[in-house]
Design a protein. Structure first.
Lengths: 109, 118
């Protein structure tokens, strides 16, 4: 079967750095997405990786290793507004998105 | 550009009643998705349309759920009769790319319709 694993919850301190991991087992691979979802709101797109390596976008970076079935989202200089759930999703060989359950990130002052 | 519009935002019904949700995607987006998101879980795809045709409805409980996308623009999702386990947020999303044409297929979500079944 197809599976996406992420930690359920993480806690970090304002101003610090946090890494949210995602491992996947899917039928084929056509890219990996990270979405941010604030409580009670819709998911919003953060990043897309299809090749191995690091993609940097401001305070957020996303890394992919296809051989290991592994990705991480790195958030730097954490702000209180970064408190949200972070969803990892993989597009399989049929171009269907397989979603993880999300990681709830709690930022403490 | 205007985002994905959904209504109603909140709905409370009793079990065995019916409910309908409406979605208007971003103009020009060919693909429209309905997801069910239960609290603490990731989105679960219910149905995917490309223009006005169904691409994937394998996880749609067809005995009680139905969806249509007439004229390839807006869409409605109906539940009849509702069960307690249908309590969830129903998210509509749309994307510009045609299914299978690109891996970089970014979805834009609406604010969601929160359903509570009592």
């Amino acid at each position: 079967g197809q599976n996406i694993d992420q930690p359920t919850e993480m806690t970090a301190t304002e101003g610090a750095i946090v890494q949210i991991n995602c491992t996947y087992q899917t039928s084929g691979f056509n890219g990996l997405f990270w979405y941010q979802q604030h409580a009670g709101e819709a998911p919003t797109f953060l990043s897309y990786n299809v090749l191995d390596g690091l993609e940097e976008k401001g305070r957020f970076s996303s890394f992919l290793s296809r051989s290991k079935g592994y990705s991480y989202l790195l958030l730097k200089e954490l702000q209180m507004k970064d408190s949200a759930s972070y969803l990892c999703a993989v597009m399989d060989s049929n171009y269907q998105l397989i979603w993880g359950a999300g990681t709830k990130l709690i930022i403490k002052p | 550009e205007a985002g994905v519009a959904q209504s109603p935002r909140y709905k409370i019904i009793e079990k065995r009643q019916s409910v309908a949700f409406w979605c208007n995607p971003i103009s020009g987006h060919a693909t429209l998705y309905w997801y069910q998101q239960i609290l603490g879980q990731g989105p679960k795809l219910l149905i995917q349309f490309q223009n006005n045709g169904v691409v994937d409805d394998s996880q749609l409980p067809k005995d009680r759920f139905s969806a249509e996308r007439l004229k390839g623009v807006d869409s409605t999702l109906k539940i009849q009769p509702a069960k307690l386990e249908d309590s969830a947020v129903y998210l509509c999303a749309s994307s510009l790319a045609l299914t299978g044409s690109s891996g970089a297929n970014v979805l834009t979500f609406g604010a969601g319709s929160r359903l509570t079944v009592l």
